[in-house]
Design a protein around this ligand. Structure first.
Ligand code: SF4
Length: 287
């Protein structure tokens, strides 16, 4: 089978920085032990398993304050998705050694929320419910940020007086977000719009859609919990109109998907290790 390798794909700089930082502190004998990460450092089980081999324990669960309460000593790492100030303060107050692996692009969104809230704005945050990034970002201005995922969420808000702003999670589909922002602007014409989808996400989506138009289907290598990987599948299906499959590893490839096809494209979420994607490409080339 002919395989088109989509460029760019895979690790973004935010993920690379977070993994390098975590491994560096794990190698440093001066780092207080044990070392825990609050949530998956990036949403990929292979990356999590690798950190585990470096002696870093991942604590997983929906509530980071609750996770933090299980840590009594040593070092705590905050993930690339960002963290609420409340969790940071509690970790420091408990005397833990804190290492913050938040991506600079997420930091920028946190800065924006703080500055908008200080200017008296109420904020609509377009994001994925239950994902750690909205949880961290909304924690910058408790009570002033409304999480919206769908038109129904917007409808439920009702009239919102005063200064309003809308901004986005970094890893959303740029096409879906554009539609929802247009809907929000119809309801709140004066609203200020800040598109915070990061460059890495946009470039991977645009490259995947362009490649999809030249092939029969697209395989996305990524974890089911990875928002940006799921969005790659979605934009290929919705924007390019091609079938797309999300696989966590080569073991999940089903040869039946490719029967009768001659060209497939492969891309990967920004949290997917290169070697996992390489194995998928090699398997597809052998079909
Ligand atoms: S996907 Fe974007 S926001 Fe997330 S870690 Fe990568 S560069 Fe940062």
């Amino acid at each position: 089978m002919q395989v088109l390798k989509v460029v760019p794909r895979g690790y973004c700089y935010g993920v690379v920085d977070a993994l390098v930082l975590a491994k560096r502190i794990a190698r440093d004998p001066g780092t207080p032990r044990p070392i825990h990460v609050l949530g998956q450092i990036v949403h990929n089980r292979h990356a999590v398993e690798e950190l585990n081999r470096h002696g870093i324990v991942t604590l997983d669960g929906p509530d980071r304050l609750a996770l933090l309460d299980t840590v009594t000593e040593g070092t705590v790492i905050f993930t690339a998705h960002g963290i609420s100030p409340r969790v940071k303060e509690r970790a420091r107050a408990r005397g833990l050694h804190v290492v913050d692996a938040t991506c600079p692009d997420v930091e920028r969104t946190h800065d924006l929320i703080r500055s908008l809230a200080a200017g008296g704005a109420r904020i609509l945050y377009i994001g994925k419910r239950g994902h750690p990034e909205p949880e961290g970002a909304m924690g910058e201005a408790p009570g002033r940020v409304h999480l919206v995922e769908t038109r129904a969420d917007v409808d439920a808000l009702g009239p919102l007086p005063g200064r309003l702003a809308v901004l986005t999670q970094t890893t959303l589909s740029q096409w879906d977000t554009r539609d929802l922002i247009a809907y929000i602007q119809e309801r709140y014409p004066e609203i200020e719009v800040y598109n915070e989808i990061c460059r890495a996400t946009q470039e991977r989506q645009e490259a995947a859609v362009a490649a999809a138009r030249e092939v029969d289907c697209v395989v996305v290598v990524g974890d089911t919990r990875s928002n940006n990987s799921n969005r790659l599948v979605e934009v290929v299906r919705k924007v390019a109109g091609r079938p797309s499959y999300l696989v966590d590893s080569v073991a999940e490839l089903d040869p039946a998907w490719f029967r009768g096809l001659s060209r497939v494209a492969v891309t990967a979420g920004s949290s997917t290790p290169t070697e996992v994607t390489r194995a998928v490409i090699e398997r597809l080339e052998s079909l």
